[in-house]
Design a protein around this ligand. Structure first.
Ligand code: GSH
Length: 208
């Protein structure tokens, strides 16, 4: 498998999933400004929207969209048990992947991360994000993970929650959420993925 990624972007969730699965993969870093990989490949020819994650499967299929890619990785490595396989537990996984992708990633964090977003859009995002973070807080009280065990949804959630570092979002009011973040980040594969991408992020910024 080949993962197109940008450091600390939402594609970090796929790196985490690949590490948790023990999957062999190659990683192609995309410069989000030039839309080229560090090797000079034209990324827009692979994904016309220029978005990461983009995954090329071993059979050459190009996949986009976090929720789909994460489930694909989980299905390729069933022994890693990164996703429930069927029934209500599978539906719950999809519920959380959609919640993270739409309610948190796009609705809360994207306007806050975008330097061109108007102030009122940022205010709107923060105001509407608060009940969503509160919902997470209630869900995580007395639970270790979003589902009964670690899943690809946790990989996506810790990736997105990490963007508080670059935004006014804080978790001080949400102790269960803070404990959850610490718990998931302490997993060796998650810690490794974050450490590697933090370094790549610093290198990318040093180049600009
Ligand atoms: N709907 C896509 C969104 C992916 C996305 O927004 N990726 C961001 C990084 S977190 C990106 O590639 N941004 C570059 C750009 O907007 O040009 C998914 O869920 O995978």
């Amino acid at each position: 498998m080949q993962l197109y990624f940008s450091p600390l972007a939402c594609s970090l969730a796929t790196r985490i999933a690949l590490y948790e699965a023990g999957a062999g993969a190659t990683f192609s870093q995309v410069d989000s400004k030039t839309k080229r990989t560090l090797q000079g490949e034209a990324f827009l020819e692979i994904n016309p929207l220029g978005l990461v994650p983009t995954l090329r499967s071993d059979t050459g299929e190009v996949l986009t969209e976090n929720a789909a890619i994460l489930q694909y990785v989980a299905e390729q490595f069933p022994e890693a048990q990164l996703a429930p396989t069927h029934g209500m537990p599978r539906t719950r996984l999809q519920q959380w992947l959609c919640f993270i992708g739409t309610e948190l990633h796009k609705a809360l964090f994207v306007p806050l991360l975008d330097p061109h977003a108007p102030e009122h859009a940022k205010r709107y995002a923060l105001d509407h994000g608060a009940p969503r973070l509160a919902l997470l807080e209630r869900h995580l009280q007395g639970r270790d993970f979003l589902l009964d065990q670690f899943s690809v949804a946790d990989a996506y959630l810790v990736t997105v929650l990490n963007w508080s570092l670059a935004t006014p979002v804080t978790y001080t009011e949400y102790p269960a959420l803070q404990a959850y973040i610490a718990r998931v980040r302490a997993r060796p594969h998650v810690a490794r993925a974050f450490a590697e991408e933090r370094q790549l992020y610093a290198q990318a910024h040093a180049r600009t």
